[in-house]
Design a protein around this ligand. Structure first.
Ligand code: PLP
Length: 382
């Protein structure tokens, strides 16, 4: 019997001039950060995100940590966020000694529910961290209106959302700041990597300082001051030029990557549309206000037993399809550092029901096998 090749959940790929740019970075003689390729990346990310300023970081986690510092979070302060997110959204807040307040998500968009956000606001609330799940932007107009009425900052966790839009405006331009990820599991990759876009003009100067170990080195490099010195808290949040060189080659191909992924996303949508119509499963949903970037395709099963059975069945067929976040409010860290507001039924149900299918640029015709195996199982069991 011929062994069928395994289909991973994700496979990172080279899409253009990654290796020649890495060579060029070396030839230019600067491997530390903020050189030629970092500047190119910053400009391109600012353009893609429709933002005033973009600062390359070594991860989205780092960008979220910078955002938390820029929000001036202190012990006792609260930040409202979905429980259905990656641990870094909450850690950034907990690292400042502040309290993540976990609220439920909307059952259709799987993004934070603005009504739940509003209900969770107290006199200690300082900010809202909104996650754009599966690359589909959260309801930012409503969140911004709530924030504006109470004087809160709004941060987009846009880790998954490069290239997506909300009412025609790009993800990354929709809050005071936004954090992107270029981790190898995201659309645009550099192994590890991230960026902070800063839209609130009063925060840009301090963002540069925090990223450069609390010094005004960025102003020094622009010739605005004649020496640089320690002026604020900060850390080393910037990547080296080799990472930036790789990333810039990926950024050049942003539309190719997005369109390829959207093509695969649509293949999955079409293949499962019939089962969704008969309510045997549910598929990704987004409002008319939003365009996605093909970051993720998921199925919502009827219950956790179906979820686990399909995951096991796919694994036996050599296909890796994982579930997603263990809700943060239910995790030991979430109970220790956070507070939960209201019931989180949708979050719990989504954790129990969601399966992510393989989706990456080089998936190609392997998608037929994923669809075939999944479809056959669903027709019998779901
Ligand atoms: C991937 C991800 C992160 C973390 O990104 P890193 O670049 O790995 O630090 C944060 N938030 C969300 C929603 C993510 O999907």
């Amino acid at each position: 019997m011929r062994l069928r090749s395994r289909i991973p959940f994700n496979r990172p790929s080279i899409v253009g001039r990654e290796f020649s740019f890495i060579e060029e970075a070396f030839e230019r003689g600067q491997l530390s950060g903020d050189g030629h390729f970092t500047k190119l990346c910053n400009a391109r990310i600012a353009e893609l995100a429709g933002s005033h300023a973009a600062l390359l970081t070594h991860s989205c986690t780092a960008a979220l940590e910078m955002a938390a510092i820029l929000c001036d979070l202190k012990p006792g302060d609260e930040v409202i966020m979905p429980s259905f997110t990656f641990v870094s959204t909450a850690n950034a807040v907990a690292l400042r000694g502040a309290t993540p307040v976990f609220v439920d998500i909307d059952p259709r968009s799987l993004n934070v529910d603005p009504e739940r956000v509003e209900a969770a606001i107290t006199s200690r609330t300082k900010a809202i961290f909104a996650v754009h799940y599966a690359g589909f932007p959260a309801d930012m107009d409503r969140l911004n209106a709530i924030a504006q009425a109470k004087g809160l900052r709004v941060i987009e966790d846009a880790a998954q959302a490069m290239g997506s839009t909300y009412k025609g405006r790009p993800a990354g331009s929709l809050g005071d700041m936004a954090a992107f990820s270029f981790h190898e599991t995201k659309n645009i990759i550099s192994g590890e990597g991230g960026a902070l876009t800063v839209n609130a003009s009063d925060l840009i100067h301090r963002a540069e300082i925090i990223r450069e170990k609390g010094t005004d080195r960025s102003r020094f490099l622009r010739g605005e001051v004649d020496k640089y010195t320690w002026v604020d808290i900060g850390s080393s949040f910037l990547p080296g030029e080799l990472v930036a060189a790789f990333l810039f080659a990926q950024l050049e191909q942003e539309s190719f990557i997005r369109e390829t992924r959207l093509g695969l996303f649509n293949r999955y949508s079409d293949a499962f549309a019939d089962l969704a119509r008969r309510e045997r499963i549910a598929l990704p949903w987004h409002s008319e206000d939003v365009t996605g970037n093909g970051h993720m395709f998921y199925l919502l099963m009827r219950n956790i037993d179906d979820r686990d059975a399909l995951i096991a069945h796919l694994r036996e067929a050599g296909i890796i399809a994982p579930f997603h976040y263990v809700p943060l409010h239910s995790a030991p860290g979430g109970r220790r550092f956070g507070r939960t507001e209201g019931d989180l039924e949708v979050t719990q149900a989504t954790y129990a029901r969601l399966i992510r299918l393989p989706l990456f640029v080089t998936l190609g015709s392997e998608i037929d096998r994923v669809i075939d195996v999944t479809h056959k199982w669903l027709n019998i069991h779901a």
